[in-house]
Ligand binder design. Structure first.
Ligand SMILES: *[C@@H]1O[C@H](CO)[C@@H](O)[C@H](O)[C@H]1NC(C)=O
Ligand SMILES: *[C@@H]1O[C@H](CO)[C@@H](O)[C@H](O)[C@H]1NC(C)=O
Length: 412
């Protein structure tokens, strides 16, 4: 190397080391043509992807955008400092990211975290959160946040596709604006609804694709409920009157549970409009004392029903009934179809007898008497267990009263 080059090279080195930080800052940009990008109105979103940030890289700039979607974006801590640099962001999505910690930015309207490996989601106790919608899907978590109650404005909470065998709704107690709670696909075996739970606006509860074996107790605490979805759980026995008290319930989905339904007490759901019992393996259904004055849609597609006992007199042509895929006796089907509107989605295959285009059996046959009797016995046992529970509850109360009386007598 000739000696006259050393001078200029030294100068360049010195210039770089005294350059202001801004000159060296890294400007992140929105991906121009994102592939496989799922967002509503994708053109309004800024996707920033395939970034691996150093622990201490604070000299970084985010584009001025209100909707930012981080994809395959790794940083050990998505810190308040980094988030502060997303000045205008209102809606933030984090997908396929690896982070140790993620701080919730208080000024966001919506936040979505999905399919990411995040150890800790920090919901700060001293911040005033404006968040309305929060979705946490598929988090390979170590610790799941349990302080949702700090998100005081929350209207929609979705925590689908996680692994939550036990969920206590106490974590949401007091969220006065919460309207929608989605806990589907979470392997929930136990959902606890505490005695004094305050969720005065909870209108939609989604519990589909879990492992519930019975209805959560205290369900009627959720007084404002309009939609309840229990699709594809493992509920085998159901006492229908346990829904009583849900006086605003409009839609009830019980499809995909291998069900036996009992009615020990009258069922009264004054606003129920839609009842779905698809693919429940029902062989019989007794609707004695079911009062569903607002029912307009009743679907029993794909069961094994031969008849429905005590089909309510109050049902009229205003009710759309979907009976396809059962083993109806023609007599029953005839009686039902004269009362309500039958909806035939697809024509039944060739069969000897049909009523309103739906297959039925002419004679009164019982194709598997032993099995039917067996199920009847099981149902009776289930009903017995409910009666027993009621009895011991009453006994408990009685004992308390007697205790009080005894004490008074002793005092005297
Ligand atoms: C982010 O981390 C994940 C998991 O360690 C890795 O598979 C991925 O390649 C990383 N992404 C970048 C942009 O470095
Ligand atoms: C919240 O979600 C609802 C329905 O999913 C949507 O209509 C609403 O615009 C969302 N709000 C925000 C602030 O993203």
């Amino acid at each position: 190397m000739s000696t006259h080059l050393v001078g200029p090279m030294l100068l360049v080195t010195i210039l770089f080391s005294i350059a202001p930080q801004e000159l060296l800052a890294r400007n992140l940009v929105c991906t121009a043509k994102p592939e496989a990008f799922w967002q509503h109105e994708p053109e309004t979103w800024c996707l920033i992807e395939d970034i691996d940030l150093e622990e201490s890289s604070e000299d970084i700039n985010f584009p001025e955008q209100t909707k930012i979607h981080l994809r395959n974006f790794n940083v050990s801590y998505l810190s308040p400092t980094l988030l502060f640099k997303m000045k205008s962001v209102q809606h933030l999505t984090v997908e396929f990211c690896t982070m140790t910690k993620l701080f919730m930015k208080p000024t966001l309207s919506s936040m979505e975290i999905k399919n990411s490996n995040i150890m800790e989601v920090i919901i700060d106790k001293d911040s005033n959160y404006e968040l309305l919608n929060f979705s946490l899907e598929g988090i390979y978590r170590k610790t799941f946040p349990n302080n949702f109650i700090r998100l005081t404005h929350l209207e929609e909470l979705s925590i689908r596709h996680n692994d939550l065998p036990k969920f206590n709704m106490r974590q949401l107690d007091g969220l006065g604006n919460l309207k929608v709670f989605d806990l589907s696909y979470d392997s929930v075996e136990q959902l606890i609804i505490p005695d004094a739970l305050n969720l005065p606006n909870l209108k939609e509860l989604y519990l589909a694709e879990n492992k519930l074996q019975k209805l959560p107790t205290n369900l009627r605490r959720l007084k404002a409920l309009e939609t309840l979805n229990l699709h594809s759980n493992q509920i085998a026995f159901l006492e229908m009157s346990h829904f009583n008290g849900l006086n605003h319930l409009k839609k009830l989905v019980l499809s995909g549970n291998r069900l036996q339904i009992s009615t020990l007490e009258p069922v009264h759901l004054p606003h129920l409009e839609k009842l779905e019992l698809i693919g429940c393996g029902l062989k019989e259904l007794d609707m004695l004392y079911w009062k569903l004055p607002a029912l307009r849609y009743f679907n029993v597609f794909e069961n094994s029903l031969v008849s429905i006992m005590n089909f309510p007199e109050s049902f009229t042509k205003e009710l759309v009934f979907v009976p396809v895929g059962n083993r109806w006796s023609c007599q029953t089907l005839e009686a039902i179809s004269s009362k309500v509107t039958i909806k035939v989605k697809e024509r039944d295959h060739y069969c000897e007898h049909k009523v309103t285009d739906i297959c039925c059996n002419g004679g009164s046959i019982d194709f598997n008497l032993v099995d039917t009797l067996d199920r009847k016995v099981q149902l009776l046992k289930f009903q017995n267990s409910i009666l027993y529970e009621k009895l011991s509850e009453t006994n408990g109360k009685l004992e308390k009263v007697i205790g009080v009386v005894d004490q008074r007598i002793v005092k005297k």
